[in-house]
Design a protein around this ligand. Structure first.
Ligand code: FAD
Length: 459
């Protein structure tokens, strides 16, 4: 069987590209080493972590319900039930994807793929398959520390943390990045004593610095423990758990013990067994596949996208890249849209465009508009007064340059912000839109009015 397109990897990069390619009339084969589709995102990433965040969030809301006039007695966190629900959510999505593959006549090919050269792959159990275009979307795996290899029992990666049999009494989270903070919050809400050990002196260093500062303030208020500026040098197993050792910001030794440790120090490209070296595909120093702006590798007709090429490790980035690529292959004129960054902590964090630090570094003159959630009627009604909307605009033209949000539901709100930025709108245009009242979206309007002429209504 010869295909127009063979796609390796059924994560949000590969499967979305497969569906779009099939819609455009390509004959598509989707190759996946595991028996189920969805990649990191569906199986051990976005969806299971959000299912657990929702369950732990429901528990937390019930625990605080007294302040809302709701009396709850006998409240308990049933962790095994939460894990079982999470597994059900994932399984439902597997069924949904199988339906979509059938509907779009995509060939599901299970096996491990190895690149033989342009147009040819060998797939375990399937033999050699040929296609005009080969698309590699093999994603990423958790990175580990050389001195702290995960054992799956006490030193965990995010994958094991999502399916623990029991709630740990205490947890060290190594790394204050997105994954560590999200999972740390799940366990903290359910009663685990969580301490985050982070090398740098703040959270979310790649985002506008004000977001990380506000998130740190909120998480400390929730009583999550932080050891910022701490250099971890050893993580060892000991009776009853783990012990972490290293240096504090002053260079003094520190030692912390806990039942378990979650190593969340980033992710590395997953190219093992893919035959890239033998086929002569160029990788960068960190092992990511090198591509040109059209996602083409140095081999003709061989493309790569998603986590395996680096950049933001986000599911929607992988999907957007895949769609852009197959539309390009179908001779369409795809639009390269702005990729929002999101963190599903509580409060949530979301951003598009340039940060204040980036504008300063690029010497761009800008104005700032800001609006605090505590001045929003809806936020007060919801008991969710933390956070703000911050807009950065070009000083001369008023055109939006960056939108940075922290607060309730901002991972949904960011879609409006991304559209505004994508369409090159000015703060005035965003500010003059009518927003439903009372809604969290009003923070965006008010911040836009502030950025336009410093005349927000409620501040
Ligand atoms: P992947 O999803 O990693 O899929 C790659 C697939 O390729 C895998 O199924 C793999 O088995 C397969 N494969 C690899 N090599 C071969 C081979 N040789 N042959 C056959 N198959 C192969 N992102 C968000 O945007 N939002 C979130 O809320 C979010 N939460 C996350 C939470 C956690 C705990 C983690 C770990 C990640 C999270 N992410 C989130 C990141 C997101 O999961 C990734 O960015 C996304 O899955 C990348 O998609 P991908 O298609 O590039 O690769």
């Amino acid at each position: 069987m010869s295909y127009d397109l063979l796609i390796v990897g059924s994560g949000p990069g590969g499967y979305v590209a497969a569906i779009r390619a099939a819609q455009l009339g390509f004959k598509v084969g989707l190759i996946e080493q595991y028996p189920v589709p969805g990649g990191t995102c569906l199986n051990v990433g976005c969806i299971p972590s959000k299912a657990l965040l929702e369950s732990s969030g429901a528990y937390e809301s019930a625990a605080k319900a007294g302040s809302m006039g709701v009396l709850v007695e006998g409240l308990q966190a049933d962790w095994p039930a939460m894990v079982a629900r999470k597994d059900q959510v994932v399984a439902q999505n597997h069924k949904g994807l199988a339906y979509l593959f059938k509907k779009n006549q995509i060939d599901w090919i299970q096996g491990k793929a190895k690149l033989l050269g342009p147009g040819q792959l060998e797939v375990s159990g399937q033999g050699i398959l040929a296609a005009k275009h080969l698309l590699l979307a093999t994603g990423s795996k958790p990175a580990s520390l050389p001195f702290a290899p995960p054992d799956g029992q006490n030193i965990l990666t995010s994958t094991e943390a999502l399916s623990l049999a029991e709630l740990p009494k205490s947890l060290l989270v190594i790394g204050g990045g997105v994954i560590g903070l999200e999972l740390g919050q799940v366990f903290h809400r359910l009663g685990t004593e969580v301490t985050v050990i982070e090398l740098t002196d703040g959270l979310l260093p790649e985002m506008d610095r004000e977001l990380g500062k506000e998130l740190l303030r909120c998480l400390k208020k929730q009583k999550l423990g932080f050891k910022l500026g701490h250099r971890l040098e050893a993580l060892k197993l000991q009776a009853g758990g783990v012990v972490a050792q290293g240096q504090d910001p002053k260079g003094n030794p520190f030692e912390l013990s806990a039942e378990k440790a979650l190593v969340a120090v980033g992710r590395k490209p997953y190219t093992s067994g893919l035959g890239l070296e033998e086929a002569g595909v160029l990788l960068d120093q960190r092992g990511f596949i090198q591509v040109d702006p059209q996602f083409q590798t140095n081999l003709p007709g061989v493309y790569a996208f998603g986590d395996v090429i680096g950049g933001a490790m986000l599911a929607h980035k992988a999907s957007e890249e895949g769609v852009w690529l197959v539309e390009q292959l179908a001779n369409q004129t795809p639009h390269r849209s702005t990729i929002p960054a999101v963190v599903y902590s509580h409060p949530e964090v979301a951003a598009v465009g340039l940060s204040e630090e980036q504008l300063k570094a690029q010497g761009i003159a800008y104005s700032v508009g800001k609006f605090n959630f505590r001045a929003l009627g809806r936020a007060m009604a919801a008991g969710a007064a933390d956070g703000f909307a911050k807009l950065l605009t070009d000083e001369a033209s008023g055109k939006l340059l960056g939108i940075h949000l922290i607060g309730e539901r901002v991972t949904d709100l960011i879609a409006t912000a991304a559209l505004a930025l994508d369409q090159g709108l000015k703060a005035e245009e965003l500010g003059r839109l009518c927003y439903a009242h009372p809604s969290f979206s009003e923070a965006l309007k008010e911040a836009a009015l502030d950025a336009w002429n410093h005349q927000s209504i409620h501040q």
